[in-house]
Ligand binder design. Structure first.
Ligand code: PLP
Length: 247
């Protein structure tokens, strides 16, 4: 049984509308500053920790793309939103365990966090038989720290090297290699992080010219990400409010 989401209260709806207007204005300004067309940047509303009712309300305000980072939370939320008859594109943006691939491909339209050949293969196997292709982005490590998430640029590692992960997705039958994703490392200036990402993306596109998506930028650094070519910004707290716990 899937719960039907309770409608949000009018004051919550007003808060979401105000947050959305502020974020849309920031993105529009960033596009003007960067000399880019507003249509080149998609805003993903990151709804982690917030209920399905907020997703339904955001969809009612025109939001088309929603991001989640944990399968345990996202799977029931996506089911509730679907039960309300609301259609949004679900982006899975969090670290993904291979044993969750089967669950994630049931609701996700895009997975942003593919950072190993083994995960690429697990997703491809899980997505086989889907009625529409699953888009996948390779998550890139900007600082090259192998202890944290992200495929490693300039590495020949057969499982974690960016080239190997991209090849695995490009050769997959049920998954489409769509581009790259990154998170600015803690302690790095956003400009420095996204300049490095743009450099990695240029090299990547020379090999995979069709994979043009660049998912970068969050509430605190979306302007810098747009300046360096982001096509998708992932915005949570600036839109929905501060989350109770950092994750
Ligand atoms: C939570 C999260 C975001 C959104 O972060 P905010 O700072 O709240 O905008 C973006 N990307 C990823 C991968 C996240 O986990």
């Amino acid at each position: 049984m899937t719960d039907y989401p309770a409608p949000v209260r009018p004051d919550r709806r007003a808060d979401l509308a105000a947050g959305l207007a502020r974020v849309q204005a920031r993105i529009a300004d960033a596009c003007v500053q960067a000399g880019r067309d507003r249509s080149e940047v998609t805003m993903i509303a990151v709804t982690k920790t917030y209920p399905a009712g907020d997703v339904v309300a955001l969809a009612g305000l025109g939001v088309t793309d929603v991001g989640e980072n944990r399968d345990q939370e996202a799977a029931p939320k996506a089911a509730e939103v679907a039960a309300a008859g609301v259609d949004v594109r679900w982006h899975f943006i969090g670290q993904l365990q291979r044993n969750k691939a089967r669950s994630v491909v049931r609701y996700a339209d895009v997975v942003h966090s593919v950072d190993s050949v083994r995960l690429a293969r697990a997703l491809d196997a899980a997505a086989t038989g889907r009625d529409r292709p699953l888009d996948a982005l390779v998550q890139v490590s900007i600082d090259g720290d192998p202890a944290r998430g992200g495929a490693l640029p300039d590495s020949a590692d057969p499982d974690r090297g960016l080239g190997a992960v991209a090849e695995a997705l490009a050769g997959a039958g049920a998954v489409r290699l769509a581009g790259l994703m990154a998170v600015a490392p803690l302690g790095w200036e956003p400009e420095r992080a996204f300049a490095r990402l743009a450099e990695v993306a240029a090299g990547f596109r020379a090999v995979h010219p069709e994979a043009v998506a660049l998912s970068a930028g969050m509430s605190g650094d979306l302007e810098q990400a747009v300046a360096y070519g982001a096509t998708h910004v992932r915005v949570g707290s600036a839109l929905l409010g501060m989350r109770p716990t950092l994750r």
